[in-house]
Design a protein around this ligand. Structure first.
Ligand SMILES: *[C@@H]1O[C@H](CO)[C@@H](O)[C@H](O)[C@H]1NC(C)=O
Ligand SMILES: *[C@@H]1O[C@H](CO)[C@@H](O)[C@H](O)[C@H]1NC(C)=O
Ligand SMILES: *[C@@H]1O[C@H](CO)[C@@H](O)[C@H](O)[C@H]1NC(C)=O
Ligand SMILES: *[C@@H]1O[C@H](CO)[C@@H](O)[C@H](O)[C@H]1NC(C)=O
Ligand SMILES: *[C@@H]1O[C@H](CO)[C@@H](O)[C@H](O)[C@H]1NC(C)=O
Length: 948
């Protein structure tokens, strides 16, 4: 009964809405199709769903224009939703593979749009001011695209906007002051752009704001005391900007604030006491500003504080009282201040604490056994303070601990044998204390350990051999400057990952065991200042990676091993022994029997008289030089005492001196000397006093994976020398800095040259051919002339550097891999997006053919003047598309068109490059092959070049 009365009404309603909705719907679908047609790429779901009725059987062709005759409502299209009237209210195209601009998006066609999400695509270009015609828009998300230019001030007219996300783009200029009109705004998120200027004062009128995310921009100026008006604010994130001035006390008025995250700015003055009024505060991160004065005593008054960091300021005074029973704590960093006080009883039990760093302050007192009750602790650092007393054995109960650093304090007593229970430990630093007793045998249970530094203590007894059998992850072992005696256990030879072994300045005796020759990863070996005797085992010939060795001041005798690190060692690293011999200035030549027998007569008759005279001359000169060298050495030695001992390995230079020179030349790695950033660190230009200019790559932070990449790079680089591979001068691994030193190449990276209009014009066709050939030669060398072969795995225009003659050098070996025959060569994916071979998407097997693919992309990029993008895919696929694309699209338009003979040559190179892009790695040519073909081609380069 009921339904029958409802039916006519229902039909009437539907009819009405369709007729009414007609014009908007069709206008909307037309607008959507027109925008789609302007895009370079869209996802498959959008491609198949966004179409008119007439298109529904067509193949995917984005160029088809909307056909007015057979129009369709867009309401069921992918990512679209409508209101009851059939008008679009939601456009949700997050992660839809969109590539293109908003230029053809006709905003005025969507009068009812409330929700627009285009996040996580590749939309570039500017944000059109017309976006302001979306008068009903409440939610706008454009984050994670490539939008650039300034934010249009017209956006201030989006008066219904509640949430605004534009983070992770390349927007510039300042935040428009018109944003002060967005009265309903709750979320303002424009993090990670290039915004500059101050935060507009009008922002502080937006009383409903709950979240401000403006981190990672270049914002400057102060935060206004008006911030106290934003009573709804829950989260204020402005970290990594240039904000300055003192932080306003009115912050204490924000009773809803949970997150105050302002690290890495330039705020000065003291931390406002009013922070302790913030009842809901859980995250307080103030690190690396210029704050002075004391920490507020009641900072955890309300018992919710979890993340608290104030490291890298100039704070003084004691640990805040309220931290003692702040059981909510999760992560605490107060390192790098001038905090003082006796910390024996300042801390309580923290059931959730994961990380605490109190290093580099002036704390004294003892380490309390109560720390053992914070069961979840993973990182515990109190290095470089004045902590005294013994290490409580209870610390051994912190079973989750992975980093323990108590170094450079005044600790005494034994290393607790309970440390054997710390089975998750990865780094243990106890160096530079006054610890005594032996190295506990129990440490053998720390099977995850990678770094063990017990140097500069008063440890005695012998080194437990069990460490070598069990600590198979160890890559850094430093027991130097102790009183250890007995022999070096031969079991240490089993430490296959060990890169650094320092046992210097102890009382070790006996001979060096041949087993140590099995330390395949060893880069640095220091056995100096002990009592070792006998010969150096010939197995040391096999230490191929060894760069730095010091065996001075022992009782060693016999010939040096046939190993470059020994044969190139400065005499200081060998002197003070009993009878070492070898072909090195300062050492006696080793005797060989055949010489003796054959030449006896000759020697008696001719050589001896001459030699007698010569010897006297040589001896006098030698003494003279030795005296001079010693006096120089003493001078540098005095300066070195000022610094901490860097752990050093330099092949040709005087290491410690060079370390200091580099720190000085870059003013301790000041930004001003930074010339680029790579995957694992920044590169600096350093002009040394000798006027040599070198490039120095410094590792970021203390990340362990980076440390591995660093050693990886060292390992790869020490194996290779080629004119098209950047020359490696040495490296330094030190707790403050780890860095690599290379030859400096004046012209910088190929990528930066190609992206600069003027410089790209300098790079004429013959130079470009030469660059391609150079890269091919370098790669062919790595794949075929080194053993084991090396795959670079990250060939891209960023990693090709040019010298003043535009000669190409391959750089950045952080992801390089030695392709060992019997090991599996399966690994995590590495490389630069756009250059990675397609097979790496489904298999992780590394072969040198991955480099061949990247080379193909690179070669086309050099000729085209920009990354080929999807063109690379087309080129490797069907021959018909290929034919259409060739030539015009593939030549850099910034250069004058090449004359015919150059053109022929470029086309030959393009053909080779395209062959490198074959999907099946087996079908790609080898680099040797490519390099030979290119060398034939470059013979044909016209002499005059083709620069216009
Ligand atoms: C937008 O799409 C994403 C993924 O397709 C989905 O998770 C989200 O809930 C959608 N949002 C709306 C408002 O429909
Ligand atoms: C961002 O814009 C700046 C200047 O407009 C430009 O130099 C830079 O290359 C852009 N960065 C990206 C990632 O597009
Ligand atoms: C601000 O939020 C409150 C509470 O949610 C709401 O009632 C009020 O309408 C909002 N103000 C504006 C201008 O939207
Ligand atoms: C708090 O610290 C934890 C652990 O480092 C981290 O995962 C989380 O993101 C932090 N929260 C904030 C807001 O910093
Ligand atoms: C410790 O907590 C109790 C109760 O939560 C509180 O009353 C006391 O003031 C706190 N002590 C300190 C030193 O903060």
């Amino acid at each position: 009964m009921r339904t029958s009365t409802l039916v006519p009404f229902f039909i009437f309603f539907v009819a009405l809405t369709i007729t009414n909705g007609d014009s908007t719907t069709y206008e909307e679908s037309d607008a959507l199709l027109r925008w789609k047609a302007s895009l370079r790429n869209v996802s498959m779901s959008l491609q198949t769903s966004w179409r008119t009725a007439s298109q529904s059987n067509d193949s995917f062709d984005s160029s088809i224009q909307p056909q007015p005759n057979r129009r369709t409502s867009p309401c069921k299209w992918f990512g679209i939703a409508c209101n009851g009237g059939g008008s679009v209210t939601i456009i949700n195209l997050t992660k839809s593979g969109l590539q293109g601009t908003l230029g053809e998006f006709q905003f005025s066609s969507f009068p009812n749009l409330e929700y627009l999400d285009l996040s996580m695509n590749s939309i570039f270009g500017t944000i059109p001011p017309e976006i302001s015609s979306l008068s009903k828009l409440a939610y706008l998300d454009l984050s994670t695209n490539q939008l650039s230019g300034k934010i249009p001030m017209e956006m201030g007219n989006l008066s219904n906007l509640v949430e605004l996300y534009m983070g992770t783009n390349n927007l510039t200029n300042s935040i428009p002051s018109t944003f002060g009109s967005l009265e309903k705004l709750r979320v303002l998120s424009i993090l990670q752009n290039n915004l500059s200027g101050p935060m507009p004062i009008s922002l502080y009128d937006l009383k409903n704001l709950t979240h401000i995310h403006l981190q990672r921009n270049q914002l400057s100026g102060p935060i206004s005391p008006r911030i106290g008006r934003l009573k709804s604010l829950v989260c204020l994130e402005v970290w990594e900007n240039q904000l300055n001035g003192s932080f306003p006390t009115s912050i204490g008025d924000l009773s809803n604030l949970e997150i105050l995250y302002i690290r890495d700015n330039k705020f000065n003055g003291s931390i406002p006491e009013s922070i302790q009024n913030l009842k809901k505060l859980t995250v307080l991160r103030l690190a690396r500003n210029y704050f002075i004065g004391q920490l507020p005593q009641n900072i955890c008054h309300h018992g919710l504080l979890k993340n608290f960091t104030a490291n890298g300021n100039s704070l003084v005074g004691p640990i805040p009282r309220s931290l003692k029973n702040c059981t909510s704590l999760y992560r605490v960093r107060l390192d790098g201040n001038n905090l003082t006080g006796n910390i024996s009883e300042d801390f309580g039990i923290y059931p959730d604490l994961d990380y605490i760093n109190l290093s580099d302050n002036k704390f004294y007192g003892e380490i309390s056994p109560i720390w053992a009750s914070s069961k979840k602790l993973q990182t515990f650092q109190i290095a470089r303070n004045n902590i005294s007393g013994v290490i409580p054995p209870e610390i051994g109960n912190l079973s989750r601990l992975s980093v323990l650093d108590f170094s450079s304090n005044l600790l005494v007593g034994d290393i607790p044998k309970e440390f054997g229970k710390l089975t998750s430990l990865i780094k243990l630093y106890l160096q530079d204390n006054q610890l005594s007793g032996g190295v506990p045998e129990e440490l053998k249970s720390l099977t995850e350990l990678e770094t063990l530094d017990l140097s500069s203590n008063q440890l005695s007894k012998y080194i437990p051999g069990s460490l070598g059998i069990n600590l198979l992850q160890l890559y850094y072992l430093n027991l130097s400057n102790n009183r250890l005696n007995g022999e070096i256990p031969m079991e240490l030879g089993k430490l296959g990952h060990l890169s650094v072994l320092d046992l210097s300045y102890n009382y070790l005796s006996g001979s060096i065991s041949a087993e140590l020759g099995a330390l395949q990863s060893l880069l640095t070996l220091n056995l100096s200042h002990n009592n070792l005797s006998g010969g150096i085992p010939s197995t040391f010939d096999e230490l191929r990676g060894l760069l730095y060795v010091d065996i001075s001041y022992n009782q060693l005798s016999g010939p040096l091993p046939n190993n470059p690190a020994f044969l190139n060692a400065p005499i200081e690293a060998l002197e003070g022994n009993k009878g070492l011999c070898g072909n090195i200035t300062g050492l006696a030549l080793c005797k060989t029997k055949s010489d003796d027998q054959n030449k006896v007569k000759f020697v008696y008759i001719v050589i001896y008289p001459i030699l007698g005279a010569l010897l006297i001359v040589v001896f006098v000169i030698y003494i003279f030089l030795r005296v001079r060298k010693k006096s120089q050495h003493v001078q540098t030695g005095e300066i070195e005492m000022v610094n901490e001992k860097p752990l050093l390995s330099i092949s040709n230079f005087n290491g410690k001196k060079l370390y200091k020179e580099i720190i000085k030349a870059t003013e301790d790695f000041d930004e001003a000397y930074c010339i680029g950033r790579g995957g694992i660190g920044s590169v600096y230009r350093a002009e040394l006093p000798s006027e040599a200019v070198v490039a120095v790559k410094k590792l970021d932070g203390e990340n362990r994976t980076f440390q591995k990449e660093f050693l990886n790079e060292v390992r790869a680089l020490t194996k290779i020398r080629h004119r098209n591979i950047v020359k490696f001068h040495g490296f330094c691994s030190h707790w403050r800095h780890s860095f690599l030193i290379y030859e400096f190449l004046e012209k910088g990276s190929l990528c930066s040259i190609l992206s600069n209009e003027w410089e790209a014009q300098e790079l004429d066709w013959s130079k470009r051919v030469n660059i391609i050939r150079g890269v091919a030669d370098g790669l062919a060398y790595m794949h075929f002339d080194t053993f084991p072969p090396i795959a670079h795995r990250d060939i891209s225009s960023k990693n090709i550097l040019l010298n003043s003659d535009y000669e190409a050098c391959i750089s950045d070996f952080g992801t390089a891999k030695l392709l060992e025959q019997d090991s599996s060569n399966w690994t995590a994916i590495a490389g630069t997006f756009g250059y990675i071979a397609p097979e790496l998407a489904y298999t992780m097997k590394v072969t040198e053919k991955c480099d061949v693919y990247s080379f193909g992309v690179l070669a086309i990029e050099v000729i085209k003047g920009q990354h080929p993008g999807d063109l690379a895919l087309c080129l490797s696929s069907s021959p018909s598309t290929r034919a259409g694309i060739m030539r015009e699209d593939l030549l850099d338009h910034r250069l004058p068109p090449p004359p015919q003979e150059t053109l022929d040559l470029l086309i030959d190179i393009l053909k080779i490059s395209v062959a490198c892009l074959q999907e099946n790695p087996q079908c790609r040519p080898t680099m040797k092959n490519v390099s030979q073909k290119l060398s034939n081609i470059s013979l044909r380069i016209p002499k005059a070049g083709s620069k216009g």
